[in-house]
Each structure stands twice: as C-alpha cells, then as structure tokens.
Ligand binder design. Sequence first.
Ligand code: F6R
Length: 608
Amino acid sequence: MCGIVGYVGKKNNCTNFLLEGLKKLEYRGYDSAGIAVANDRNLKTVKKKGFLRDLEPLINPERMKGSPGIGHTRWATHGEPSDENAHPHLSCEKRLALVHNGIIENYQELKQELKLKGHHFTSQTDTEVIVHLIEEHYQGDLYDAVKKGVKELRGSFAIAVISADDPDLLVAARYDSPLVVGIGKNEYFIASDIPAILKETRKVIILEDGEIVKAKPDGITITDFDGNLIEKEITEITWDAEAAEKGGYEDFMLKEIHEQPQVILNTMRGRVKEAKIILDEIGLPRELLKRLERMVIVACGTSYYAGLVMRNAVELFAKIPVDVEISSEFRYRPMLIDGRVLVVGITQSGETADTLVSLRQAKRVGFPILAIPNVIGSSAAREADGVLYTHAGPEIGVAATKTMTAQMVAGFLFALYLAGIKKTISDERREKFIKELLKLPRKVEAILDREDEVKQMAKKYKNYNNFLFLGRTYGLPAAYEGALKLKEITYVHAEGYPAGEMKHGPIALIDENVPVVFIATKGEVQDKIISNMEEVKARKGKIIAIATEGDKKVADLADDVIYVPWTFEAYTPLLAVVPLQLFTYYTGKLRGLNVDQPRNLAKSVTVE
Ligand code: F6R
C-alpha cells in the first residue's frame, strides 16, 4: 500500500525528513512519489511517477525549504501511475495539500457533487475528492474542515493535510488504514508505518479508526470525528528498523499471512452494496457478460490454483462451463475455443510472460479479455479489455499468500456478479452467499488465532521429506496450493493430488514416512474423503487433516487436525489454505531457511 509521512515543528526545512522517511517505506513497493511543504504562506509541491531517485533531482532545496510538510509513495489503486495521479493533491486554490492511503468508495458521487459546486479535478484518483471536499468546508480552520470532510467519506483512509494559510499546523485522520504520530521535542511526525519515523523518535501514538490529530509545534490534540477529546497512550517502540518494516513480524511472509483478513475486506471494498455485487468498474459491457457461454482462465502457479477456485464458483453460481489452463501450456495449443467466451488472466504481478502471451493470443483471435491483477497499471491490466484488481497491496515475500486470498475473493465476487447479470441464482441465495463472504475476514482471524497449534504441528513433522496433499472438488485447489507452498519454501517434496486418484498410483507411496494432508472440510464429498483417509490409515500413513470446526469423525481418524470455521463449500479453499501457509512458514523456519526469498524463485516471472 502507499506510504505517508508528515512533519510539523521547529525545523524550518523538513524536506530531508520527508525524503528519508519515504525511503524507509520503499521496501513496500510503489510507483510514484511526491512531497509538499508550506513555505512563505505558499505550498510548494513536487511529484513524479517512478521512484524517489526520480523525484530527488527535481527538488530545488531553496524552493522546497519549509515546514510543515507531507510526503507520499503511491501504490496506484484508482488511476494509473502518472505524475498527475501522484500525491500530494492540491485544492483548486492550491492552498491545501493532502496525501492519502486507502480507497474512497463513494468518490464518484462526491466528485459529481463537487464538480457541480465548481471544483476542478486534475487527476483520476479517488484521493483528489478529499482535498476538494476539505476545501469546500474550509473557512479558515483546517482541523474543522477535515473533521467535517471525513464524515462524508466512505471507505478506508489515512490522510495528512497542510494549509498554506496555517504554517504551523498539520492535520491527520484515520479510518481503516494505519497512521501513527511520532513525538519529538517541539516537533511531531506523522507516518503510515513506524519505520518512517524511527530515526527521529521511538515515542509514538498509534491512532485508531475515527480519530483526528491536530499537530502544532507546541503540542497535539486528538479527537474523534465529532470533536470529542481522546486521551491516548504513548508507546515506546523497541523494535529495530528491520523488524519495524515487517510490522514486528519476523518475516514478510508471516506479516502477509496475517494481513489476510484486511486484504479480504480491501478486495471487497466498494464492491458489495446491500447484498449486491457492483463490479461495473471492470469495464466489460453487461450485454457481453449476459450472453457469455463459457470462460477460459489462464494462469501460472498459485494463481492457477486461484483460477480453479474461481472456476468452481462460476460454475456453481453463473452456471457456465469454465476451463482453467496453465498459461505455459495454453499458449502452445491450437486456439480451438469457440463461441461467446471470456478469457480471464489471473496474475498478481500482471507481468508473468506466459500469461501475457496467452492473453494476447486469445485477444488476437477476437476473444474479450479480463485481467485479474494485483499491480495497478501492470501489462496485463493495460492490455486487457476489462480489469478486476485484487487490492491486496504489495506482496514482498516471494511466495504468494495474501495475493492468492485476494484472487479467490475476486473470483467469488465475479462469479456472483455474473450470476446476478445472467439471473442464474435467486436473489435470496445470492444474498446468503454475499453475507457469508462478509464473514470470511473474521473466520480467517479465528484460524490465525490457532497459529501456535500449527507451529507445534510443524515441529512434529519438520523432518519428513515427502508429503501428499489430497482434496476433492472444492477442496482440491487448497491441496494443490498446500503442496506448492511447502515445496517452494521448505524444499520438501510435496505433491497435491485429487484424493479420488490416489488409488490409481500415489497410494503406492504411502507408508509411515509419508504424511498425508487431507482437506477434509464438510461438504458433499466428505464421505469419500473419509474413505480415502481410511485407506491411508490402513497403510500406516500419517494423517494431517484440515477439518471443519467440531468435526469429531475426522479428528478421530487423523493423527493431527487443524480446525477451520464452517463456510459454504465453495469458499472452503480460502480458509483451508491459511493453516497450510502457516504450516509451511513454520516448517521453513524450523529448517533454518529464508522463507521470504526461497532459492531459485523470482517474484515476477517475466521470461518464458
Ligand atoms: C507461488 C508463486 C508463484 C506465482 C506464479 C504466478 O507462491 O508465487 O507460483 O503464483 O509465478 O505469478 P503471477 O500471479 O504474478 O502471474
């Protein structure tokens, strides 16, 4: 996600702090950067697409001398990476400057209203509406204007705002997006993440949702959005800089596993309204979707498994056949697909060479293309006819964890959206599935609460060198993903297989040295899975089961069980992969491996 820094205080030149602070957030990934400072009752702004090294030469130290100041590294969500879309954004009169993290769901409505009131917009971002909204409320008191403005916003935001007319004031607010205040001596620092300010201070106040801070060199006040004063505790940060980048977690992989409840919310944000899925943003005509007869999904690795999850959901809800193809195979096969087909590319990076070529080939012969990328403005996004972003935020660990979860959520949203257009599902049934979707973040949290149990299990199995992961129907993609994660992070041989196929070969492998992980959650084929477990047990195999909360039958058969909360069968892979990610993480750690950067792997595979 984007990074925010801000400063108010005794330094009459805060540019250095802003740049240094932003540099500390570079590890998170970004596509553009910018700063603004108040100087001589004017605001001076520099912003640029690219990296901080592209921005720095544009900063004239004399011109950009000043305080207070704000800075931003942007990871695009609305509007592609460009100079205009970079933050800070300015009000019409250029008297207010603002930086923002998050997504404003009602920005279209607000933009219309503000345009009617005469505001002029210069970017495609959702962020720009906030600064105009605050300008609309501004009558000489910046804090008051922010307080009024934030009440009209829907979505997530951490913002920092300065005014040319109040050179001793910085106002910041948060809702559903992190923001901290660093406390210095007659100076205050604002940041979205602690690493940005650690060099300046270790004393911080962590803002909660619905809080606004009004910071001046001689002190700060924190209130809620109604202006009621809030007493806050000061926290002393003891982490070193490296731990701070990882939010206190030992590794990015673990941090990203823990981010998943929030990621699910972010991917759904603005897309679920009153039990309806609103995805008109993807840019594919409704008529095309209504007449769709078939889908072909192309993807690689973990994204391919997310494609299998999406297939199952589309077939269930929208009732059209879906093929899922490995991109590197699809691209060399004759393009025999025919009819009203939508070709979907799932790729978190948006740059995977095989997936891009597959999409281009399908486009060349006339099929409409939908991309499901995580990176805004990536090649897949630029070349597709429609785009459904996953909004997982940058993933630093090489292994896909939170991006797969976001891909699955995007797949569910699309399947329900398509079903709504094609009227293949009753309103009542769709509503039930949407309501359950909204419960998934809490259910993932419940699994993360069991982290210690999974860690103990990893201790027990850490020295085994071969694993089988078995599942059927809805559970199968989770089995495939569990095996892939274990292979790539721990270098242990693991195979994902349809449990029904076990008898046709893999059963020969089973003995006491090959633990078998079953995705044994409740569902239509659970009896069959239980029979497969019996078969393994009869051959002295060790069984680890992922089971639905309270399922005694599975627990009695398994040597070890990890419970996940109940959910609809179509959604089970989203819950089942979480303990498998943790199992992999701890096995890798116990084997002394670098879990964030496994050998031989790259985050984005841009070559064939
Ligand atoms: C596994 C993993 C890879 C990617 C694959 C596709 O943890 O990260 O298998 O899923 O390389 O990458 P994207 O989604 O960028 O196309």
